[in-house]
Design a binder for this molecule. Structure first.
Ligand code: SF4
Ligand code: SF4
Length: 352
C-alpha cells in the first residue's frame, strides 16, 4: 500500500499522479482492524508491500502503525517489503520497525550506469540520484535483502556492463544484491517518457537473458525463472491495494481510477459483498479455451488476469501462447545451466 503518492523524485516514466495525499491516522486504524480480523481468522503472517510515491517519506508513520499493530497480533507477524527509490534512510524508524516486523526486502531501481541513470531517475530539482542510492544500499542492507530492479530500455542495453562493474567496485564485497531486469511500460497517461525507449516483450526477453548472463559473470544472482501469477492481488481473496485515502482496489494499476474502487478500508466488511470485488475474484483460467490443456498453465495462468478480464488494455505488442511457451522454456533452460542442475531429457510434446 502506498502511504503517500508524493515522491522526492521526478522520473519522467513515473505512473503515479503525485496527488498530494498522505495516509491519515483513521486510515491506518482501519487497516489495523482489517489485519486483526484477517489474523484472527488465519493465524498466518500478514504480508504488506509498502510503495508509493516514496514510502520512506512516511517511515515514522509506518513505524507507529507497526508498533500499534504488533502490540495486538504479536511481533514478527507483519512481513514487509518496501519498494523505495533508495535515496532516503532513517535508522531510528527502521530500528523501530525491525523490532516488531520482519523486513523481507527493499526493492530499489536503477536505470543503468551513473551517467545514464542520472538523466532519468532524478530529484525534483533535476539532480541525479545515483550516488545517493549507492551510498544508501549498504545502510538498507543492514535491515533487509536488497533487490535491484534494473530497468532496461532501447538505449541502455549496451552499457549495462558498466553498471555491474561499478556495483562490484562500489558496494562492500559482502553485499551482492539480487537483480531482476524490468521492462518499463506506458501503463497510463501519467507516464511522460519518450515511447521510443520502450522495448517490445520479445526483444526484452532476449535482452534480459543476455544481461542475466553478464550480471552472473560479475557475481550477481539473477532470478530468471518465470514467476507464477497465482499470488497476484487481483485473483487472491482478502488481498487489497489500499490508497492513502483508504480506497481499496484489486490491482496496483487501478489506483486513481474510481470505477475500480471496491470499497473503503474504513468499511472493509462491505467489500466482501461488492459486485466488482466478486467479479474480479471470479477470474478462472480453466474457463478459457486453450489453457486447461497447456502445461504452462500453473505458471502463466493465462497471463495477467486484469488484461484477460479486459480491465486493463491488451498491450499493443503482446505475446502469443507459442511465444510465451518458448520464452518460459528458454528461461528455465538458462536457470538449469547457471545452477548446474542435472536433468533428464523429457518430451515436451504436451505443450500446446
Ligand atoms: S522514484 Fe518512483 S515514485 Fe518517485 S518519481 Fe520515480 S518512479 Fe515515481
Ligand atoms: S501459454 Fe497460452 S495456453 Fe498456455 S497457459 Fe498461457 S495463455 Fe494459456
Amino acid at each position: 500500500m502506498p502511504p503517500t503518492l508524493l515522491c522526492n523524485c521526478a522520473c519522467d516514466y513515473c505512473y503515479q499522479d503525485k496527488t498530494p495525499i498522505t495516509m491519515k491516522p483513521e486510515v491506518y486504524d482501519a487497516i489495523r482492524e482489517l489485519i486483526l480480523s484477517s489474523h484472527e481468522l488465519t493465524q498466518k503472517e500478514i504480508p504488506v508491500a509498502w510503495y508509493g510515491g516514496e514510502p520512506f517519506l512516511c517511515l515514522h508513520d509506518i513505524a507507529a502503525f507497526t508498533r500499534d499493530t504488533a502490540s495486538m497480533i504479536g511481533n514478527g507477524k507483519l512481513h514487509y517489503t518496501f519498494v523505495t527509490n533508495g535515496t532516503l534512510f532513517d535508522a531510528v524508524a527502521l530500528d523501530s520497525i525491525r523490532k516488531r516486523a520482519i523486513i523481507k526486502s527493499f526493492q530499489v531501481s536503477l536505470d543503468g550506469p551513473k551517467h545514464y541513470h542520472d538523466k532519468l531517475r532524478i530529484y525534483r530539482n533535476g539532480k541525479g540520484t545515483y550516488d545517493d542510492i549507492m551510498a544508501n544500499l549498504p545502510n538498507l542492507a543492514e535491515y533487509g535483502n536488497i533487490v535491484l530492479r534494473v530497468n532496461v530500455d532501447t538505449h541502455n542495453q549496451g552499457i549495462m556492463d558498466n553498471l555491474f562493474t561499478d556495483l562490484k567496485a562500489t558496494l562492500p564485497p559482502d553485499l551482492r544484491p539480487s537483480i531482476y531486469f524490468a521492462n518499463i511500460q506506458r501503463c497510463n497517461a501519467n507516464v511522460q517518457s519518450d515511447p521510443e525507449r520502450y522495448i517490445g516483450p520479445i526483444r526484452f526477453i532476449e535482452s534480459k537473458l543476455k544481461l542475466s548472463r553478464m550480471a552472473a559473470r560479475h557475481g550477481f544472482t539473477v532470478e530468471n525463472l518465470p514467476q507464477c501469477n497465482m499470488g497476484c492481488t487481483y485473483s487472491t481473496q482478502n488481498a487489497f491495494v489500499i490508497d492513502p485515502l483508504g480506497n481499496c482496489y484489486k490491482c496496483w494499476d487501478f489506483i486513481g481510477n474510481p470505477s475500480f474502487i471496491i470499497g473503503n478500508v474504513q468499511n472493509y466488511e462491505d467489500i466482501y459483498q461488492d459486485a466488482e470485488y466478486l467479479r474480479e475474484l471470479q477470474f478462472n483460467p480453466f474457463e478459457s479455451q486453450n489453457c486447461p490443456q497447456c502445461n504452462m498453465l500453473p505458471l502463466c495462468k493465462s497471463g495477467c488476469p486484469a488484461i484477460m478480464n479486459s480491465d486493463l488494455p491488451q498491450p499493443q505488442e503482446h505475446l502469443s501462447c507459442r511465444e510465451i511457451q518458448l520464452i518460459y522454456k528458454k528461461c528455465i533452460k538458462q536457470h538449469i545451466k547457471f545452477h548446474d542442475i542435472e536433468t533428464q531429457e523429457v518430451s515436451h510434446e504436451n505443450i500446446s
